[in-house]
Design a protein. Structure first.
Length: 112
């Protein structure tokens, strides 16, 4: 699958993908485009969209786009914080189809 990482995701995360081709918005030449226009363009060139922007769920009708969406609720957009979740992202992408929506959340911290 070809995966577009949203502008709010550290583009260094692309180097952690092994089974799927991941490209950041900058690398795809899609910077500074409003979300709706970005997603319309993305669906013509990519199969999936990965973001940490929780607002995209409320701002866009995701069902109207031909993309699989993965929302990362990790608490950071830095590659070092997101890298441990790439295996889970790629496992989802192995079977995801356009139009599906997934959320990956950081496990709660243990309270001592």
């Amino acid at each position: 699958m070809r995966v577009l990482l949203d502008e709010c995701v550290d583009p260094a995360l692309t180097s952690h993908f092994r089974r799927h081709e991941a490209i950041g918005v900058v690398g795809a030449g899609l910077t500074s485009i409003e979300n709706g226009a970005l997603l319309r363009e993305a669906q013509t060139r990519f199969d999936a969209f990965v973001t940490v922007d929780k607002g995209v769920v409320y701002q866009q009708n995701l069902g109207s786009f031909e993309l699989a969406f993965i929302l990362l609720r990790i608490g950071s957009n830095r590659a070092d914080a997101l890298a441990p979740y790439v295996e889970e992202i790629e496992t989802i992408l192995d079977t995801a189809v356009r139009g599906q929506f997934f959320t990956i959340e950081q496990p709660p911290k243990a309270v001592n």
